[in-house]
Design a protein around this ligand. Sequence first.
Ligand SMILES: [Zn+2]
Length: 374
Amino acid sequence: MTGGTRSLKGLRRGNKEAVLFLLLREGEMSRVRIAANTGLTTASVTQLVKELMSEGLVTESGEVARGAAGRRETLLRFEGDRIAAVGVNVESDLTHVSLCTWGEVLAEEIYPTPEFFAHGIDRLGERVKALAAGCGKRRCVGTGVAVAGIADEKNGVSVKSYGIFPDGYPLAEELSRRTGLETALINNVRAQARALIAGKEDSFMLVKHAPGIGCAVISDLSVVAGAAGRAGEIGHTVVREGGEPCRCGKRGCLEAYVSEKHIKALYLSKTGVELPIEEIYDRYGSDDAAEEILEECVRLIALSVGNAAMLLNPVRVLTTGGIFSRTALFDALCKAVDRAGFGGAFALSRVGDDAKLKAFSGARHIMLERVFGV
Ligand SMILES: [Zn+2]
């Protein structure tokens, strides 16, 4: 019987991950304070830190005097540069492939999705291998793939990606076979939300716009999954019964009204002019047609996001991408949230660096899972 040994080892691994995650979130900390924060004995912490230091993941960073006696305690720091992972973020328009340490994007490549996957995932396999070669002496954790649509995260299967991969495609297994790297799969919006977990907040909602609209809910550090792992599908909540057809097969979904494809089509039908989406956003405030279309999008998003936040009670709602990337439109969203009566119910803010979040998302997902046990 090896069960006992295995569970002891499992427990030990869990503690090591917990210590590392604490250092990641709280910054520098002494052994005594780690023990107080984790409930572990100082002897256990000393042993775990020794192991983490031998792996290069933790270093001693200085001393601090504590208490009336001014007892000196050595501070410990998580070395985010010692681990690296390849991150892949696949959305219907663009695919980001990157090599990241915990805190830095070392290299990034961006491809138009339809062309990149025109002949399956061989090209992706090549690029992942090439980027992974840049890990150098760092511990290469593997590849984290964030993909739009419905993902079976446990089995690494892209269940439905709305035209990017065949339905039920075992993406993680196929990519791992081509690269020889451990590969984890996750829905893209969830990956982007998980990438933000390292911050101080542990209960928030991330709403992502462009090309469609999606949402992920983090509650007490975990992604809220729902019965079939589909929680957070704000884009497919119905805002108009029997309304516009949606790519999911239903009618009247929020996404059918606020997707970039719909915004462009509406602008074309109103003005007879075909414009890139960025330009339509830029015309908000100076072009009546753009203003009318975008105001309506913002109004619908404000209602849906406000309703979702009332149900889920997050500390904060964070937004990223598309319509939210323009300050004037984000301000319009805040006003629409207030107008709808949700003002003060939750804090609303922007992620800021949307492109960096995409670059980090897949890589951070697999690092959180394999290194921090989160
Ligand atoms: Zn839908």
